[in-house]
Each structure stands twice: as C-alpha cells, then as structure tokens.
Design a protein around this ligand. Structure first.
Ligand code: GYE
Length: 328
C-alpha cells in the first residue's frame, strides 16, 4: 500500500519538474524572438506613430509618407490621429507602450508637457524619436529629434519680407498652433531677421488650417483697412484661407506681399496666381529617414541626437515649372 503511494508521489514530482522545465524553455524562446539585435530587419519592427492631426496638406503628406514607406519596407505601423489634441497623443503613446512596440515616433502638437509620458516610454525600454516639431523636455528622455529648423525658416521668411518691402511698411502675422515648435520657432526667427522699418501691427493664430486662417485675415482687413503692406503666414493652408478673405475684400494679387511656409502644391498655385511672393520650404517626407533611425536603434547603434532637414525657398518665377513634380 505504502509503496503504491510512494510511486504515485515520485511520478507526480517528475511530471511537475518536466512541465516547469518546458515552461522555462518556452519563455526563453519568446525572449530570443523579441530581441533580433544586432540583425533586426524592417520586417521585425513594430513602429508607433501617434500623428498629431490632419490640419494641413503638409500633415497629409507626412502621414502618407509614414504609411506608404511602412508598406514598402514591411514595417508594422501603429498609426493614430490625435485631432490636434495633446491628451489624445499621450493616450495613443500609452497604448503603444502597453503593447510593447519597438520604437515610437512622436510629432508633438505642442512643445511643453511631454516629460511624464517620455519617462514612461524610457522606463519601458522603448526609444522615442521626436519627429517634425520639437519638445522642451530634456533630451535624455528621447533618442533623437528629426525635423525642420523652424527658427531658420522664420529667418528666411523675414529675409524675403525685407526684400519685398525695401522701404519698410506694416505687416500682419498669421501664426500656427500656439505653443507648437513650428509656430514658436518661425515667429522668433522672423523677428530676429526682420528689418527695423517693418512693423508687425498684429499677430493672430489660424491654427495651421485654411478654415481658421480665413476669418483671421478677414478681421485683419476690416481692422486695418488699406494699411497692410505684407503678411507673414506660417503655412500654405492658412495662406489659402487668407487669400479667400482678400479676394472677398477686393484686394488684388500683390497688393499685400505674402511670405508663406511649406511649399505645398497649394502654395505653388498661390505663387502662380500672383498672391504669394515667396514660399519657404518645409519638407514633410520624413518616413524613410525615420524608419532607418528606428532600425538603427533596434540594432543597438547610436544615432545623431538632432537631424535637421535640408530646405530652400521657392519663388513665383519657377512655380509653374516645378508644380507638376511636387510630391505634396
Ligand atoms: O508647416 C504645417 C503643419 O509642424 C512643420 O505643421 C509642421 C507644420 C507645417 O500643420 O503646415
């Protein structure tokens, strides 16, 4: 009787030991599968892109770049649209951290307030690449920032305004989303280079959209009737809205000198039609470079802490020739 129980007990222990060993082996295999470094390929990558919104043609082109290139490379893309709300971007990032994505690309709607969620990503071992606009958070909280030099764009815009108004004048500014790296950088760079004889008589935000740009220009035209010599407009979509307002108010192309930013097809068309005198380029096609950086991070390579896009200024005389080849 006792021997029978002893045998059953030994069998039970052996079964338990075997199952424990089997479980351990499975976990090890899973961990190995996760860590492909240093030979990770794009097909190993799950990349999270909590896009800030769909406010402009620039943004649409930026989204398309990330989606199309992910498809070409075989990257698994987790995409969301935050409708220009920081809280939506933060929740989308938290969902990606929960899922254990490999890398997060963050195009921040505003500069401030990212510390907590960046720290959460860091604690989870998920590197973050800040894409497009900048953040004020400490650089130790993210792997890199890639995007345009918004300050330089503002300086370039001022150089153009200085040329357009050599005898000085009064101008208005239609600025981008308040607190965004793009709006802050462009406004500061513009003021740094603007000639003393040019006065910014008013500055209001149009939130980077055509819909909000139009009423802002309507209000400017009503308030400063006949006084406005020029307008610095932070993106082409707001310029499209502003021009609609000007047309409705009987303003002729060239009456108010416009310097815009982005270099989208819409901006090129405004140059061809005589409304915009200079368009400062801002390149949204960042997908290929960002995926390369993300792969380098997965493979444990070091990447540059700051990557600035190479850009130029476009003028009306070349707009018609270049428009057909514009990608956005
Ligand atoms: O200029 C504007 C968009 O952050 C550079 O955002 C980007 C800006 C771009 O809405 O059109």
């Amino acid at each position: 009787m006792f021997r029978k129980y002893k045998f059953a007990f030994v069998v039970m222990i052996v079964v338990l030991l075997l199952s424990a060993c089997g479980g351990g082996g499975g976990a090890e295999e899973a961990a190995e599968a996760e860590s492909c470094a240093p030979n990770c390929e794009f097909t190993d990558m799950t990349f999270c892109y909590p896009q800030l919104g769909a406010e402009s043609d620039w943004r649409t082109a930026n989204t398309a770049s990330f989606k199309e290139v992910a498809g070409e490379l075989g990257v698994r893309l987790i995409f969301s649209d935050a409708q220009q709300k920081q809280e939506n971007q933060i929740s989308a990032m938290r969902a990606c951290i929960q899922q254990g994505v490999d890398v997060i690309g963050l195009p921040p709607v505003v500069e401030d307030g990212w510390e907590a969620v960046l720290q959460e990503a860091k604690d989870a071992g998920i590197p973050v690449i800040i894409v497009d606009r900048s953040v004020t958070a400490d650089p130790s909280l993210y792997a890199s920032h890639i995007g345009s030099d918004m300050y330089l764009e503002g300086q370039r815009a001022a150089d153009e305004m200085n040329k357009l108004l050599p005898d000085g004048g009064k101008i208005v500014e239609l600025s981008g989303t308040p607190g965004s790296g793009a709006a802050v950088g462009r406004a500061d760079g513009f003021r740094a280079n603007l000639n003393d004889n040019i006065e910014i008589i008013d500055s209001q935000t149009g939130n980077f959209t055509t819909a909000e740009g139009k009423p802002v220009m309507e209000a400017f035209l009503a308030k400063y009737e006949g006084e406005i010599d020029g307008a610095f407009i932070h993106n082409d979509n707001m310029a499209i809205g502003a021009v609609e307002a000007m047309k409705a108010a009987g303003v002729e192309p060239g009456d108010i000198k416009i310097v815009s930013v982005d270099g989208t097809r819409g901006g090129f068309q405004l140059m061809i039609d005589g409304w915009v005198q200079a368009d400062v380029e801002c390149n949204p096609l960042l997908g290929p470079q960002v995926y390369d950086m993300a792969l380098a991070l997965m493979n444990g390579e070091t990447i540059d802490a700051e990557v600035l896009t190479d850009e130029t200024v476009y003028y009306p005389d070349e707009a018609a020739d270049l428009l057909p080849s514009r990608k956005y």
